[in-house]
Design a protein around this ligand. Structure first.
Ligand code: PFF
Length: 459
């Protein structure tokens, strides 16, 4: 975030700077680890298409809503709600975002820690140049079940994130990510091209991209909407905070569209690497896969060593890929920690250092059971602790947050005011009637409906 150490609020230097920073928050493990995992768990292409529809109708809607509220108030979520509707319970939506930030950071950092561990492993040459599915899966299982390794990795990620936030050196990180994110993109394209040319790629592509609508179910809708919120960093006020730094002359509509587009693009490409590689290795048809294969939380970590082993110069590719994945994850953890830290700094007058340290320590403690739930401690593993945390905070509460943000904008602040704010930098908002309809009715209704299905899912 710009100029965060000065008392004056800074602004993004340009629209491009904002798009890079917001995409830095959005693009991360959500697109590269979580998206392929949910595609695998939810029957393939039907999920992919539902996700795209959810991003278009709900993700974009909430993204623009958050940016608009943020830019109008120039504040982080809790004070933003207070400013527009003082003395009302709407501020609770801001508090919910603060809580989500701490909890999501706790388990997200575990996965980011896995990426750090894999970065280290590729440097030290732990992956053989010819690696089978069984070997890769068992290497991952051993790693994730080793309490010492995963806890050290978790601590390292949280320490790094806390350091960046406490020093307010985010602008430096953002400058770097402007260079490094395009490199990640190029690397992903190269890996995707290799995956597509594997002999058994076709079945993977069929599973991934050819929808069979008999696969469609309320469960898919529930997870696809949750994934739209998670991957776009919506529902907890992150984008509100980012929006608060956008100058009035900038176009919020096209900014929101760019962030959605770049995030979806990376997610789709990640799937193009994972599924053709996986199907080539397993030699299964989509039907056999759905019936016989058990998709695991570590899917991405099981598949990447394989595709890397099939690249000429794979060792270097591996090091580069995991380094960039780590940076992509860090730009996301930083944005998560920013929301609770900004609350303590703005509202409770804590120093930035004390606030980030306190939240960092809390997230570490909360992250320990998640870190131990991938084989480290058997009852946590059986309980599927980390996946339950992700279900509650990453899927349900982000969607609930998004629901309230839409209701707040449409019925408390009023659409007219939001449109005035949007029009400052966007004279012709062609999708205006669609957005107004979505923010008033479609997005809230869709979220309410899928929340009703949770009872079906968990019952
Ligand atoms: N969007 C990030 C990702 O996909 O990796 C995760 C995330 C960041 C979620 C920030 C929520 C958030 F506020």
């Amino acid at each position: 975030m710009p100029n965060d150490q000065s008392s004056e609020r800074g602004n993004w230097g340009s629209k491009v700077a904002f798009i890079f920073a917001a995409s830095g928050s959005a693009i991360g493990l959500g697109s590269i680890w979580r998206f392929p995992l949910f595609v695998g768990l939810n029957g393939g292409a039907a999920f992919v298409f539902t996700y795209l529809v959810a991003v278009f109708f709900i993700g974009f809607t909430v993204m623009l809503a958050e940016l608009t509220i943020g830019r109008h108030t120039q504040k982080s979520p809790v004070p933003a709600f207070k400013q527009i509707k003082p003395g009302t319970p709407w501020v609770l939506v801001g508090y919910m975002g603060v809580i989500c930030g701490v909890f999501i950071l706790s388990y997200y950092s575990v996965i980011a820690g896995w990426a750090a561990g894999y970065f280290y492993k590729t440097i030290t040459g732990a992956f053989p140049s010819q690696i089978s599915w069984e070997d890769s899966a068992s290497l991952f299982a051993q790693f994730a079940a080793d309490p010492l390794q995963v806890l050290i990795c978790l601590a390292a990620i949280i320490a790094l994130t806390t350091y960046v936030i406490s020093k307010g050196v985010k602008s430096g990180i953002e400058r770097w990510s402007k260079i490094l994110m395009p490199v990640l993109f190029v690397l992903i394209i190269i890996l995707a091209a290799r995956a597509l040319t594997l002999p058994g790629a076709k079945n993977g592509l069929l599973f991934y991209l050819k929808p069979d609508f008999s696969d469609f179910s309320p469960t898919i809708l529930f997870f696809a909407v949750g994934q739209a919120f998670f991957s776009l960093s919506l529902g907890m006020g992150t984008m509100m905070t980012y929006g608060s730094y956008i100058p009035k002359r900038e176009n919020l509509v096209s900014s929101a569209a760019w962030v959605c587009f770049s995030t979806v693009l990376i997610a789709i490409l990640a799937g193009i690497i994972i599924f053709p590689t996986l199907f080539d290795t397993l030699q299964l048809t989509p039907e056999q896969f759905k019936q016989e294969f058990e998709v695991d939380t570590g899917l991405m970590f099981q598949v990447f060593p394989i595709i890397i082993s099939k690249m000429p110069g794979g060792h270097i590719f591996g090091i580069l890929f995991f380094a960039l994945l780590l940076i992509a994850a860090l730009t996301s953890t930083i944005s998560m920690l920013e929301v609770p830290t900004a609350y303590l700094v703005d509202e409770r007058r804590w120093s930035r250092r004390k606030a980030s340290l306190a939240i960092g320590i809390m997230s570490f403690v909360l992250g320990v059971p998640s870190a131990l739930s991938a084989g480290g401690v058997s009852f946590l593993t059986q309980f599927n602790y980390m996946r339950k945390m992700d279900l509650l905070f990453g899927n349900i509460l982000l969607a609930v947050g998004g629901l309230f943000i839409c209701l707040f904008l449409a019925y408390a602040w009023k659409i007219r005011n939001a449109l005035d704010e949007i029009s400052l930098g966007c004279k012709t908002f062609r999708l205006r009637p669609v957005w107004v309809f979505n923010v008033r009715f479609l997005a809230p209704l869709a979220v309410i409906l899928i929340l009703i299905f949770i009872r079906v899912l968990t019952g």
